[in-house]
Design a protein around this ligand. Sequence first.
Ligand code: DX5
Ligand code: ZN
Length: 234
Amino acid sequence: MVGTDLKSAKIRIAPSLLSADFGQLREEIARVEAAGADLLHWDVMDGHFVPNLSLGVPVIEKVRACTSLFFDTHVMITDPLKYAEPFIKAGSDHYTFHIEATAEPRRVIARVRELGASVGICLNPSTPAEAIEPLLKEVDLILVMSVWPGFGGQKFIADVLPKVQEIARRLRPDQRLEIDGGIGLGTAGQAVAAGADTLVAGNAIFGAPDPAEALERIRQEAEEARANRTPHLL
Ligand code: DX5
Ligand code: ZN
């Protein structure tokens, strides 16, 4: 059952490179890799779907040669269908797009699968779970934004936790529930208690004096919360 698997599924920590020092990207990645990061989270922004620009295909392509970590690519862009191919060919193992960005989510899902990557769908803080209801069973991962996308270092929006619970109850054991924005000590435990199993953390890791220690402390808090999950998730 879903609950059993959620309880036993290892918590995955995904450092968000948006908060890394881009002048030392190789070292930053090596540091979190050595600290046991499970995924690397890439935030792609187009200055249109969100009011900011970040990085694109050439960066992912070059960095692919530096690490074997799983590339969790989160595109905050208006045309996720068009860019699935370049990102996946550049080395993205996974491609998460926003439900608010496309009228053709099924085409994006099919295209990503055809290209051999896993696929996720993301909801902004104000987007209800019902918006992805018909697609819930068709993706590998659901990403719930716990800040408004566009910038790292924002404050966690706790109002999204009921939505995390609602989605967690309905996922199959093989599906993952990720949360992104303002995750760190204090909020990691809340997110996991609500049912998240994959935690994106940018500022809380790369902004810490010792990123490896920060990652480890977040993991400890998350694992404790997982062990104490409320009965509806057991
Ligand atoms: C926001 C991005 C997040 C962000 C998280 O648009 O999707 O991944 O980098 O950063 P923190 O953990 O600092 O809120
Ligand atoms: Zn993100």
